[in-house]
Design a protein around this ligand. Structure first.
Ligand SMILES: Cc1ncc(COP(=O)(O)O)c(C=O)c1O
Length: 339
């Protein structure tokens, strides 16, 4: 079926490539491809920029003057929102929690550079953060601005819809190279990537296995319930005859390890192999956990190729000293180098 074409801004400047990974394929014995959503222009890209293309088109249509969103100091979503707001000439306020790092590194540095007004609210819970952000929105509105608020992770049905389109985009790109993916694997947290890809598969009437590797189970109390809500909100917008049900979702916490941003088995090897064999960077918080899943399942014979690893970006975390130091000391070929 043909989905409804929602208005979208072009924030990435080009269609992110789909590439075959020959050396990783040789190493694992399963055909591996990558969708390079880590590349792009605005904000150094990542999956959040894709979602903002539909979201900010809507913000503009509603006459918004100011984007407000929330997240942790490390958030890729807030950084992408700040960059996109700069690119389209809107004001942006970010409400950021968690106390570390104190240094302006990684995404926090970029948030500031992109001109966002930063409200650093300390180490509070996600629920408290949402309340504080509502107060910030009220204040800005009272000052006469028209606010468009993005929820944590930019997780909306409209954002998920851009991933439904992206499924078909990747399918076309594989076809143009004489290939078809049987499995898609991606890092998953607030859910609109998984929700959108799942809807995209339903729109195309395919049976691709789509595995969401959960990296932050604490974002929602009811993770699958929220993913379903996002998928069906997206369906309401672009494919109203379709319904996504829980049997359409495939989520695994097997590669989460100690939790969000914390170590997990296989992460170091995933970073090492992707860098050494393919020259591609994956980060310890999100994408290395998805690659660890691919490596493990390929070795166990529980994944069918060709596999498309959906690279959702996030390598900015690698330049945060906390992560950089642990990556360096965990990889044997690096830790013996005298700096
Ligand atoms: C690099 C990266 N990968 C994956 C995700 C997960 O995307 P979603 O929120 O759509 O589940 C995020 C979200 O923060 C991210 O920043």
């Amino acid at each position: 079926m043909k989905p409804v074409d929602l208005p979208r801004l072009d924030l990435r400047g080009f269609t992110s490539p789909v590439q075959f990974l020959p050396r990783l394929t040789d190493d694992l014995g399963v055909e591996i491809w990558v969708k390079r959503d880590d590349l792009g222009s605005v904000g150094l890209a990542g999956n959040k920029v894709r979602k903002l293309e539909t979201e900010l088109a809507q913000a503009r249509a509603l006459g918004a003057t100011h984007i407000v969103t929330e997240g942790s100091r490390h958030s890729n979503a807030t950084r992408a929102a700040a960059a996109a707001a700069a690119a389209i000439g809107m004001k942006c306020t970010l409400v950021l929690c968690h106390d570390e790092p104190k240094e302006p590194v990684g995404n926090l540095l970029l948030d500031g550079l992109f001109g966002a007004d930063l409200r650093l609210v300390g180490d509070i819970s996600w629920v408290e953060l949402a309340e504080v952000t509502s107060g910030v929105v009220r204040d800005i509105e009272e000052a006469g601005e028209r606010v468009y608020r993005l929820p944590i992770g930019s997780a909306t049905g409209r954002g998920a819809a851009s991933f439904a389109y992206a499924y078909a985009e990747a399918e076309r790109q594989m076809e143009a190279q004489g290939a078809v993916f049987n499995t898609i694997v991606h890092a998953s947290s607030a859910g609109s990537t998984h929700a959108g890809l799942t809807l995209g598969r339903a729109i195309r009437g395919n049976s691709t296995r789509i595995i969401g590797v959960i990296v932050a189970p604490e974002v929602y109390e009811d993770v699958p319930g929220n993913y379903l809500r996002l998928a069906n909100e997206a369906a309401d917008l672009i494919a109203p005859s379709l319904r996504i049900t829980s049997s359409d979702l495939e989520l695994t916490e097997d590669y989460l390890g100690e939790g969000y941003g914390k170590p997990a088995a296989g992460v170091t090897e995933a970073i090492d192999l992707m860098a050494r064999l393919e020259g591609i960077v994956v980060d310890p918080v999100y994408t290395a956990k998805a690659v660890a899943a691919i490596i493990d399942m390929a070795r166990n014979g529980t994944i069918e190729g060709p596999v498309l690893f959906w690279h959702t970006g996030g390598y900015h975390a690698m330049f945060d000293p906390t992560y950089a130091t642990s990556v360096w000391s965990d990889i044997p070929r690096l830790r013996d180098i005298k700096l």
